[in-house]
Design a protein around this ligand. Structure first.
Ligand code: CP
Ligand code: NVA
Length: 312
C-alpha cells in the first residue's frame, strides 16, 4: 500500500509524478470532476488547521467524492477508549483513504501499519509532506525548474516544515540552506540532516546548516520561513523564542542579499512582525497566497495517486 508518511520513503520519480499531476489538475480541473465519485476521505484532526482542512475537503468535493472532518477529541481514540490499531482497522472498512494531523509521528506510522487503505500525514510534529509537495509545485511554477534552485530557510530549524523541506529539496536537487539558532531545540534533527545529505549525493544538491542568516540568504532564489510558535510549542515559550529567533526574521535587508528575482514563501499561518516583516509578507516578492492555493491542486494529485496505487 502506498502511503504518504514522511516523503523519505518516496522515490524522486514518484514526487515528480505527483507534481506533474498537480500541474495538470490545476490546468484542467474539469477533467477530474468525477475522479473520486463514490469515494470518501476521512480527515482526523488533533491540531488546528485552515489550509490543510479546507483544501483537502474542497479538493474531494471538486472531484465528486465526500470528505469527513473528524475532530480527534470527539473520538474514542482521543478519549483513550480505543487504540490506534483498532481505529485503523475499523475506518478501513468504511472509507477509501484517511489523512491525519497529529502530534506524535509514531501514531501516523502505527495508523499506516494497521490500515488497509492509503494513509496521508497531514502534519505531525516531525514532518509536513503535503505542504512541501505544494511548495515544490509553487517553486517550479515561479522559477521554471527545481534542480539547482537555491532555497534558504530561516528560523525554527527543528520543525515539521524544515524537516520536510530538507527531505523534498535534497531528493529533487534543490540546494537547501537552513539558518537557525544553535542548540537542539532549534536545529533540525541530526537524523533528518543525514538523510538529506544522502539524498543530496544522488540528486547533486547541497545541504547547509548555518547559524548565519546572511550566509544562507546570499544569492538564494527562495527565502522561506515558518512560524516561531508551531502548534506543538507551549505558549510559555513565546518570550524565549522571540528572543532567539529574531536574528532570523526575514526582513527587506535579508531579501536584498538574495537573487534580485528571489521569491518569499511561508507555509502560513504567519504573523507579521515575527518570522517576517509585514513589508516582506505583503511585498512584491511574496508568493505566499499562490503557495496556499497550490495546496488545493497538490492535495488533489496526492489523493489521485494514492487511490490509483491502491487499486493495483
Ligand atoms: N500550512 C498549513 O498546513 O496550514 P494549516 O495549519 O492552516 O492547515
Ligand atoms: N510548523 C508549523 C506549520 C504549520 C502549518 C506548525 O507545526 O504549526
Amino acid at each position: 500500500m502506498l502511503h504518504l508518511i514522511s516523503m523519505k520513503e518516496w522515490p524522486p520519480q514518484l514526487i515528480e509524478e505527483v507534481l506533474n499531476l498537480a500541474d495538470d489538475v490545476k490546468r484542467q480541473p474539469a477533467k477530474y470532476a468525477t475522479a473520486l465519485a463514490g469515494q470518501t476521505l476521512l480527515m482526523i484532526f488533533e491540531k488546528p488547521s485552515l489550509r490543510t482542512r479546507v483544501s483537502f475537503e474542497t479538493g474531494v468535493t471538486q472531484m465528486g467524492g465526500h470528505a469527513i472532518y473528524y475532530d480527534m477529541s470527539t473520538s474514542p481514540l482521543g478519549a483513550g477508549k480505543e487504540n490506534i490499531a483498532d481505529t485503523a482497522r475499523v475506518i478501513s472498512r468504511y472509507v477509501n483513504v484517511v489523512m491525519a494531523r497529529l502530534f506524535k509521528h509514531e501514531v501516523i506510522v502505527e495508523l499506516a501499519q494497521h490500515a488497509t487503505i492509503p494513509v496521508i500525514n497531514a502534519l505531525t510534529d516531525y514532518t509536513h509532506p503535503t505542504q512541501i509537495l505544494a511548495d515544490l509545485q509553487t517553486i517550479r511554477e515561479k522559477k521554471g525548474r527545481l534542480k539547482g534552485v537555491k532555497l534558504a530557510y530561516f528560523g525554527d530549524g527543528r520543525n515539521n516544515v524544515t524537516h520536510s523541506l530538507l527531505i523534498g529539496c535534497s531528493k529533487l536537487g534543490l540546494d537547501i540552506r537552513v539558518a537557525c539558532p544553535d542548540g537542539s531545540d532549534y536545529m533540525p534533527l541530526g537524523e533528518i540532516v543525514r538523510s538529506a545529505q544522502n539524498f543530496a549525493k544522488k540528486s547533486g544538491a547541497q545541504v547547509l546548516i548555518t547559524h548565519d542568516a546572511a550566509e544562507a540568504a546570499r544569492g538564494a532564489d527562495v527565502l522561506y520561513t515558518d512560524s516561531w510558535m508551531s502548534y506543538h510549542v507551549a505558549h510559555e515559550k513565546l518570550e524565549e523564542r522571540v528572543r532567539v529567533f529574531t536574528p532570523y526574521q526575514v526582513t527587506a535587508a535579508l531579501m536584498a542579499l538574495a537573487a534580485p528575482d528571489a521569491i518569499f514563501m511561508n507555509c502560513l499561518p504567519a504573523l507579521r512582525g515575527f518570522e517576517q516583516t509585514a513589508e516582506v509578507m505583503d511585498g512584491p516578492q511574496s508568493v505566499v497566497f499562490d503557495e496556499a492555493e497550490n495546496r488545493l491542486h497538490a492535495h488533489k494529485a496526492i489523493l489521485l495517486k494514492l487511490l490509483e496505487a491502491a487499486k493495483k
